[in-house]
Design a protein around this ligand. Structure first.
Ligand code: ZN
Length: 164
């Protein structure tokens, strides 16, 4: 059973700028891809089990958007998705979650956003919006059981926790 303490999704500066770059490169279409951590799956900020958990992302893996209407939706191109997951197993990297962009709407999940996600795994989804002059990022966990989105806090990784 999942710990009920709040999670924080943390991005390194490199992952953050790669994410913005990929989203901007794909405009006006939606961009999508994987959020990856190169080391252990979770880094607890404290041994206290009630403490906040940090999900760390240091790598962005862009996946081509194969949706027939890429201006308004995304679908991971199946071969690239499979190849990327296989590469993560080989390099012992951790799949933290997924991301996609909203070129013209806010960073709120759309009705279709859960459709491409794996069932039953409560995946993390980061949405980057280019609707305003400054990119807006929101992180969520999709709760498969209730078909709802739970907000996650989002932060940049502090220098002391930057992977070596
Ligand atoms: Zn969306």
């Amino acid at each position: 059973m999942r710990n009920s303490s709040p999670d924080v999704l943390m991005l390194t500066r490199e992952a953050y700028s790669s994410l913005l770059d990929h989203g901007q490169t794909c405009l006006p279409n939606e961009a999508c891809g994987l959020l990856v951590y190169s080391q252990q799956p979770r880094l607890d900020s404290s041994p206290d089990s009630t403490a906040t958990h940090a999900l760390i992302v240091d790598t962005i893996v862009p996946i081509p958007n194969a949706h027939p209407h890429p201006l308004h939706a995304f679908a991971f191109e199946p071969q690239a998705w499979t190849a990327a997951l296989y590469r993560l197993m080989q390099t012992k990297q951790t799949l933290v979650g997924y991301y996609h962009s909203h070129p013209t709407t806010t960073a709120i999940p759309s009705a279709a956003d859960a459709s491409g996600l794996p069932i039953g795994s409560d995946p993390v989804m980061l949405i980057v919006s280019f609707a305003a002059a400054t990119a807006e990022l929101n992180a969520y966990r999709h709760i498969s059981f209730s078909h709802t989105w739970e907000s996650l806090a989002l932060a940049l990784v502090p220098p002391s926790l930057q992977p070596k």
